[in-house]
Design a protein around this ligand. Structure first.
Ligand code: SAM
Ligand code: SF4
Length: 352
């Protein structure tokens, strides 16, 4: 499929949907096919991570704007039945705040082919929920943890809940939500010295650690490239204590590049969205908690699905809106381009 591009780097016309081949899946003009749906269940959160939102929180979406459980399940069904989505990741905001999470998971698990389902969470309330989520059909979990030190945890998240996160991790492991993955964002002068300790902690507990480069998606728009800890720095810090060798398997659409630790089988991953973008292999499509379809974390436009859904659109009409939006997916996120503009929605309202 030939890309439709203008001569100016990073700028292209919106592709004409009439040029789209009549195929059921979520194809775009760069030959990518989206089979992985990230669903944001809420924009609210019980932590206030400094790299994500301000201390006072954000103006949350009003209740009537949020998709109901039934609306969410309908859109997920359209994605699986008609659009070829095979992987669901539930996120937010903090997805564990959503009271009907288990029902949403159980209904998604009924779909055929049954999608693989994972959840990204801060784990604050996971200890008491992990078993029920596993029973409802959740397959895997990603827990965000940036430090092992209570004082630093309180400074980064502005809440004193580190012990709850440790308990949540243990409960997820116990409930079989494996491999339990840990996501870490390192920040200069804050926690970057903890990279080897975090890896040792994960090795000791059987968790898979992935470092994520900090991205310009904070609500405060304070991201500063100079403060970001790059993949290269992360690997240097880890190499001071561990021997890392590139994992000898194809990465595919996985965002993390992985290394064997001390010969393996344990691995560590780095998601280098900023310094080593992986947009060319992207297989994602995103749905926000208020029913906006996004082709990318960094997209500056969205397609409203909630309006048509509430106005009585059929499943096929919703599927067509989704296909048309994805046909217009941009080549890359553009973080490193001149004139890059951060999207209006912060990470917590898109779904990370
Ligand atoms: N509240 C849940 C959590 O923290 O896991 C799910 C939503 S959170 C937005 C998803 C992931 O995005 C977390 O791993 C978090 O560390 C990461 N994240 C948030 N803001 C980020 C940023 N500016 N750059 C990189 N990662 C970020
Ligand atoms: Fe909440 Fe996750 Fe954002 Fe932290 S990163 S404030 S836990 S949404």
């Amino acid at each position: 499929m030939a890309p439709v591009e203008l001569g100016i780097p990073g700028v292209r016309s919106t592709p004409d949907v009439s040029t789209r081949p009549d195929l059921p899946g979520l194809i775009d003009t760069y030959g990518r096919v989206a089979t992985d749906l990230r669903v944001s269940l809420t924009d609210r959160c019980n932590l206030r991570c400094t790299y994500c939102m301000p201390a006072e929180g954000l103006e949350w979406l009003p209740g009537q704007d949020l998709l109901t459980g039934a609306e969410l399940i309908r859109l997920i069904r359209v994605a699986v039945d008609r659009l070829g989505v095979r992987e669901l990741r539930f996120t937010g905001g903090e997805p564990l705040l959503r009271k009907d999470l288990a029902q949403i998971l159980a209904a998604s698990a009924e779909l055929r082919p049954r999608p693989r389902m994972s959840l990204t969470t801060n784990a604050v309330s996971l200890a008491r929920k992990a078993r029920g989520l596993a029973l409802a059909g959740l397959d895997r979990i990603n827990v965000s943890l940036d430090t092992l030190r209570p004082d630093r945890f309180a400074a980064i998240t502005r809440r004193d809940r580190l012990d709850d996160v440790f308990a949540g991790l243990a409960a997820a492991h116990e409930a079989g939500l494996t491999p339990v993955k840990v996501n870490t964002v390192l920040m200069r002068g804050v926690n970057e010295d903890e990279a080897p300790d975090l890896l040792q902690f994960c090795l000791d507990h059987g968790y898979q650690l992935r470092f994520i480069e900090q991205m310009p998606l904070d609500a405060q728009h304070e991201w500063d490239r100079a403060k970001m800890i790059t993949a290269e720095e992360i690997l240097d810090r880890l190499s001071a204590r561990f021997t890392l060798t590139p994992e000898p398997v194809a990465r595919g659409a996985a965002p993390a590049e992985r290394w064997l630790v001390d010969g393996g089988p344990a691995t560590v991953g780095v998601i280098a969205s900023v310094t080593r973008p992986f947009c060319a292999a992207c297989d994602r499509t995103r749905l926000t908690a208020d029913g906006a379809l996004r082709t990318c974390l960094f997209a500056t436009t969205e397609t409203d699905l909630r309006g048509p859904l509430r106005a009585g659109a059929s499943d096929e009409e919703l599927a067509q809106l989704w296909r048309a939006a994805m046909w217009g997916k941009a080549k890359g996120h553009g973080i490193n381009d001149d004139g890059f503009a951060q999207p209006d929605r912060p990470m917590s309202a898109i779904g990370g």
